[in-house]
Each structure stands twice: as structure tokens, then as C-alpha cells.
Design a protein around this ligand. Structure first.
Ligand SMILES: Nc1nc2c(ncn2[C@@H]2O[C@H](COP(=O)(O)OP(=O)(O)OP(=O)(O)O)[C@@H](O)[C@H]2O)c(=O)[nH]1
Ligand SMILES: [Mg+2]
Length: 463
């Protein structure tokens, strides 16, 4: 990201690229109002604009030509997105018009905004903390209701509040330790040794562990999981893809070797995006095209978060199945016994018994039977024993937060051990301070500039 003064006036198209009903140019900085006066001719002549009111009029180019008819709004600092004076021009949503209007703004002295610069100014202005700024990116990229909800909660300060709670506890512990350092001879027994330890465990270490678990679940909710359908030709992989998507997406025929290339589609199970990949049936084959498809299937198997291993229940585990199963059995997997409509229950349970301990679901992809149960099993594999956490989670720490949370937790665990070992008080204070500093890095209190640049470079221009 380029280094620019944070005080000059910036402008960008704030709406998505492409043609829309309207497109918005956003201008922020101390010159915004002056620019409005130069650029905009209101329909009813006026010399002043009331903050947060819309005005109808025209935007004019430097030669006085009308570029567009717009609605303009001036928002006076500090009650704006950036905490600075902001002007927005609601233009017609043509890319050409927006570019012309933006150019006219630049010609009057504003400069192009960097990625995320509006949000960065909101952060630097103290309106939001760094976790709230990051939530803006999550919100823009959310793929499901659930991930959007988590991002909104975080935008409203849910993660910040949790971190502040932990920070508050650490500050209290530090204060107690400092009393002991400052008055070593007094009877200020580090007294509340047991009490401090239990405060540390219950109100610092446990909440940090919970936040870390939320980061893992949050990543799943945000990014989803890769599920690969694997099996011999004709076991019904493409039929299952169609059943899960509820549409005839892949070709299904009775000819083994129908699917050659991989087919990727996404759907959602209980708020978790599932990226589902149908592959070529795996067998020894001479056909060079099919062989390429099989090679690709093996690559996808390697990258899978979860493999659905399909077996044709009418054929049972043949030689080819055994070998293929060996190759996926060390990955997280679910065994799917397909074509259960053609066999009786005893055959199903005999076959299921072969896979002791592994989740097995009997389905009929063709007749849409057992699909809900399969979805529940997949969800169970994804969330593991964290189902409750996943349901109650109110925010989702990202990978950056996760790495720092882990360091803060490590410092707190060192503190716990040092306290149990009766280490000197000043040493304990060092660990508390280190735990505190890490938390400050998450919220932006003490975050170095290069990390800030990295965070804001993930934004689009105009946000
Ligand atoms: N009776 C029954 N037939 C099924 C079921 N699932 C799939 N079939 C049939 O089995 C045949 C193969 O199905 P596909 O879905 O094409 O199988 P595939 O595993 O994708 O096969 P390849 O792409 O060749 O590897 C088709 O004739 C399907 O109609 C099922 O649950 N019950
Ligand atoms: Mg197929």
C-alpha cells in the first residue's frame, strides 16, 4: 500500500464495478465540502448544505459541462463513516459516467483512495477498532447468512467486547502484582495467590481457549469445507451430487466412466458452505482422457477436508473398493452405501459392519432417500464436538486474530506455571504485560503499521 498523508481528501467509486441503477462516488477529507461547491450545481440555487441531507442537481466538469444528474449528500465530521467530512454523489450507475464524475473530482484536487482507506480512516479516527474494520471485509465477502451475521456482530464490537473483558482481567492481575512489587515488605501477601490463579484460569485462559475454538469454527463458517465424492465408476457419485444440489447438474448414465472431468458446485449445510466435488470413477483404464480424469480425481482427494466414499450396496466391497478405501482411509471420511433401495436392511447392516467406527450412511441417491441424514453426518464431522459452540458463536476471530490469541494464551499459560512454581513477582508481571500487549495487537491498540497496511490491503478500493 502506498504511503499517503492521512489528512488529504480522497475519492473513489464506492459501488461495485459494472452497470447498476445507481453508482456512488465517495469523497472524504477536509476539502470534501469545498469540492462539493465546485462540482455540484443544485437544482434550487443555495449557498449552504445541511449535513446529512440529500440535494438534487448536476455534476459539472471543469469546462462547465454537465456530466450527470445526481443526488448529493454532505455529511459533516465527525458523525460519518470515516470521522471526517464526507460527500457522496449518487450518480447513474454507468461505469463511464462514474469514471467521468470521479475524474472531475480528481481534477479539483482530491486523490484516488487506496484499498480500504475509508475504513482505515474510521479506525485511525477511533470510531472503530481493528476487529470491527476487519469485519467490514468479512461482511463484504460473506457467502452465507451465518457468516454475514457473524461479521455484523463483529462490526458491532462483539469480538472487541470479549477481548476487552479478558484485557480487563489481566489489568486487574497486573495491578495486584504491581502492588506486591512496589511494597515488597508490606503485608500485601501475594496473598490472593489462589484467588489470582483462579481468576487467571477462569476469566482469562478459558475465554482465550474459547475464542481460539471459535476461530477454527469461524474459518469453517466463513470459507466452508471441501467435500470430495470418491468411488469406483457407476457407484452413483454424480447422482449424489445432483441429489445434494437438488438439480440435474451432472450427467448420470448406466455407463461406467460417465464423469471424466471434476465438477465443482457449492451448497450450504446449516450455515456451513460446502464446496462439493464430483470426480471420475477410479479404476485401471487405458483410455487417456479417462486416465487424466482419474489423475485429477486423486489430486482432489488429497485436497479434501472430507471424503464421501461411495460404495454400491448391491455389489458390496469388491477388490477395487478395498484398494481405493485404503488410499482415503487416513483422511476424514464418511462411507456412503448407495443404491440402498435395491438391497434389504440386513445387507446394508452387514456391509456397514465392515467399517467399524467410521460413520456410515445408507442412501438412495436416485430416489433422494437418506440425503438429510447424510447432510447431518457431514455437519457432525465438520463441527465435531463443537456443535454447541458453533450454534452459540457470536463472532469469528480470523487467522490473524487466531495467531495472536495463541501467543497471548501461551503467555498466560507461562504465567500460570510461573505462579504455581512461586516465581518472583516481577517475572510474573512480565508475562501479564506480554499477554496484554498481544491483545492490544488484535484490537489495533498497539498494532504495528505494516500489519495495519496488510489488513487494509485486503479491502477493495472505495471501502
Ligand atoms: N437404483 C439405483 N440406481 C442408482 C442410484 N444411484 C445411481 N444409480 C444409477 O447408477 C448409474 C450410475 O450413476 P452415476 O451417478 O452416473 O454414477 P457415477 O458414480 O457418477 O459414475 P461415473 O461417473 O461413471 O464414475 C446410473 O444408471 C444411475 O441411475 C440409486 O441410489 N439407486
Ligand atoms: Mg459420474
Amino acid at each position: 500500500m502506498a504511503v499517503h498523508p492521512t489528512t488529504d481528501t480522497i475519492a473513489a467509486i464506492a459501488t461495485a464495478p459494472g452497470t447498476g441503477g445507481i453508482g456512488i462516488i465517495r469523497i472524504s477529507g477536509s476539502n470534501a465540502l469545498a469540492l462539493l461547491h465546485q462540482l455540484f450545481v443544485p437544482h434550487k440555487p443555495r449557498t449552504q448544505y445541511t449535513s446529512h441531507h440529500l440535494y438534487y442537481g448536476s455534476v459539472i466538469g471543469v469546462q462547465g459541462q454537465v456530466l450527470d444528474e445526481v443526488l448529493a449528500v454532505y455529511m459533516r465530521a465527525p458523525h460519518t463513516y470515516t470521522c471526517e467530512d464526507v460527500v457522496e454523489l449518487h450518480c447513474h450507475g454507468s461505469y463511464v459516467v462514474l469514471q467521468e464524475v470521479l475524474q472531475a473530482v480528481f481534477e479539483r484536487g482530491a486523490r484516488p483512495a487506496d484499498e480500504g482507506e475509508f475504513t482505515k480512516r474510521a479506525f485511525l479516527g477511533g470510531r472503530i477498532d481493528l476487529t470491527q474494520a476487519e469485519a467490514v471485509v468479512d461482511l463484504l465477502q460473506a457467502q452465507t447468512d451465518k457468516s454475514a451475521q457473524l461479521a455484523v456482530n463483529q462490526l458491532q464490537g462483539a469480538l472487541y467486547a470479549e477481548l476487552e473483558e479478558v484485557r480487563g482481567q489481566l489489568v486487574q492481575i497486573l495491578a495486584l502484582l504491581e502492588v506486591a512489587i512496589d511494597f515488597p515488605d508490606d503485608d500485601v501477601e501475594i496473598v490472593q495467590h489462589e484467588q489470582v490463579l483462579s481468576q487467571l484460569r477462569g476469566l482469562v485462559i478459558q475465554p482465550l481457549e474459547k475464542l481460539l475454538a471459535m476461530a477454527d469454527q469461524g474459518q469453517i463458517v466463513r470459507e466452508g469445507i471441501k467435500v470430495v465424492l470418491v468411488g469406483q465408476p457407476n457407484v452413483g457419485k454424480s447422482s449424489l451430487l445432483n441429489a445434494l444440489l437438488n438439480e440435474e447438474r451432472a450427467l448420470v448414465t448406466a455407463v461406467p466412466g460417465t464423469t471424466r472431468d471434476t465438477i465443482e458446485e457449492s451448497f450450504v449445510i446449516r450455515g456451513v458452505p460446502v464446496h462439493l466435488i464430483d470426480t471420475a470413477g477410479i479404476r485401471q483404464h487405458e483410455d487417456p482422457v479417462e486416465a487424466l480424469g482419474i489423475e485429477r480425481a486423486r489430486q482432489k482427494m488429497e485436497q479434501a477436508d472430507l471424503v464421501l466414499f461411495l460404495v454400491d450396496a448391491t455389489a458390496g466391497m469388491g477388490g477395487g473398493d478395498e484398494e481405493l478405501y485404503q488410499s482415503i482411509s487416513d483422511k476424514p471420511h464418511v462411507v456412503v452405501l448407495n443404491k440402498a433401495d435395491l438391497v434389504d436392511e440386513r445387507q446394508v447392516s452387514n456391509l456397514a459392519a465392515v467399517f467399524g467406527g467410521v460413520p456410515v450412511v445408507a442412501i438412495s441417491a436416485k430416489h433422494q432417500q437418506g440425503i438429510d441424514a447424510l447432510q447431518e453426518t457431514v455437519y457432525g464431522c465438520v463441527v465435531g464436538d463443537k456443535a454447541e459452540l458453533c450454534e452459540q458463536m457470536n463472532c469469528a476471530p480470523n487467522t490473524r486474530h487466531k495467531a495472536i490469541l495463541a501467543q497471548s494464551l501461551a503467555a498466560c499459560r507461562r504465567l500460570e506455571t510461573a505462579m504455581m512454581d512461586g516465581a518472583p513477582v516481577d517475572l510474573l508481571a512480565v508475562e501479564v504485560q506480554s499477554g496484554l500487549d498481544y491483545l492490544g495487537d488484535i484490537t489495533g491498540l498497539t498494532t504495528p503499521d505494516d500489519v495495519l497496511d496488510l489488513v487494509f490491503s485486503q479491502f477493495c478500493i472505495g471501502k
